[in-house]
Design a protein around this ligand. Structure first.
Ligand SMILES: C[C@](O)(CO)[C@H](O)COP(=O)(O)OP(=O)(O)OC[C@H]1O[C@@H](n2ccc(N)nc2=O)[C@H](O)[C@@H]1O
Ligand SMILES: Nc1ncnc2c1ncn2[C@@H]1O[C@H](COP(=O)(O)OP(=O)(O)OP(=O)(O)O)[C@@H](O)[C@H]1O
Length: 287
């Protein structure tokens, strides 16, 4: 089955709130999180190809696998299997989202491929079927099917759309060090019986007006203990006048929120000029 080549965009995310509630017998952690897509995208070209699934990574070579281990390819393979369509796909990936960074890049690529292929083949899979495939690929993947901010519980798979967020200006700083999500959770050393604090789902009107007082991440001290740069970045971003600073997900990327584009722009210039070994990106919460 042929289709017209299609370009799709896969956004990164930040966790504005991330509370770990406990550990399940299978090793996964129960959490509560306010997750929000941001305006930083990987680009993916889906084109019909010879039988099979191939991927070519245009930039960031060596950062992500260019084979069947790439989450985009794994997602495509699951899609073709579930839809009972013979696989024939070329994927070209422009990797802009830092890898193993707490920004959910691989998960977003996977969700974008699931939705993109479902669209080009005329929606053979229902939303619950897509959701099931997404859950099998990783805890963060279902969130990216929501295409907007969401309140997440369970291991990140019980999702509720959260009203549109303000397009708040933000600066992301990544120390150019990869931090494995599995290692960060492991270092949390959470007992099976221990119960974390249960957070009430935040009141969305208040949070959306100003998320700063709500910013919280249980994994931040763990990541700091594994990568001291996270603490240095936090300090440096706060010194630029950010109204709030937090590490995203399992890190090590830190984001700073700013009251307007001008303040964010100045902070971005200052940080990129003075800390050349960090990757500094200007972005905003996706409205
Ligand atoms: C840190 C977050 O990004 C916050 O949104 C997610 O919880 C991580 O989601 P993810 O990267 O999609 O995670 P997966 O790829 O499913 O799992 C990677 C590893 O992280 C750990 N993991 C992940 C999610 C979760 N709720 N509990 C966990 O303990 C597990 O050890 C797992 O082996
Ligand atoms: N398309 C992809 N993009 C990014 N990483 C991928 C991809 N496919 C496979 N991977 C592998 O997955 C790992 C990290 O994935 P990812 O970038 O999603 O982590 P992350 O941004 O830290 O996610 P999280 O926010 O869930 O912590 C790396 O080891 C990388 O090689």
């Amino acid at each position: 089955m042929d289709f017209m080549p299609r370009h799709i965009k896969a956004p990164a995310k930040v966790n504005l709130i991330l509370r770990i509630r406990g550990k399940r017998a299978d090793g996964y952690h129960e959490l509560q999180s306010l997750m929000c897509p941001i305006e930083l995208f990987d680009g993916l070209w889906l084109s019909p190809g010879r039988p099979g699934i191939r991927i070519r990574v245009k930039n960031g070579k060596g950062l992500v696998p260019e084979n069947g281990e790439n989450l985009a390819v794994r997602a495509a393979a699951l899609f073709y299997g579930a839809a009972e369509i013979p696989a024939a796909l070329d994927v070209e990936m422009e990797k802009n989202i830092p890898v193993a960074a707490g920004l959910g890049g691989g998960s977003s690529d996977a969700a974008a491929v699931l939705m993109g292929l479902n669209a080009v083949y005329g929606h053979p899979l229902s939303p619950p079927e897509l959701f099931r495939l997404a859950s099998g690929l990783g805890a963060d993947v279902p969130f990216f099917l929501m295409q907007g901010a969401a309140w997440a519980e369970g291991i990140g798979d019980q999702l509720e759309s959260f009203r549109k967020i303000q397009p708040l200006p933000m600066v992301l700083v990544n120390p150019n060090v990869a931090l494995s999500t599995a290692a960060v959770y492991k270092n949390l050393k959470w007992g099976l019986t221990k119960e974390g604090i249960k957070t009430k789902k935040p009141h969305f009107e208040e949070t959306l007006m100003d998320p700063v007082p709500w910013l919280f991440n249980d994994l931040e001290p763990v990541a700091v203990s594994m990568c001291q740069e996270v603490a240095r970045i936090r300090e440096a971003v706060l010194e630029t006048g950010a109204s709030g600073v937090l590490m995203s997900g399992s890190g090590p990327t830190v984001f700073g929120l700013f009251k307007d584009q001008r303040a964010a722009g100045e902070a971005r210039s200052f940080l990129s000029e003075n800390f050349r070994h960090w990757r500094v990106v200007g972005t905003q919460l996706m409205p």
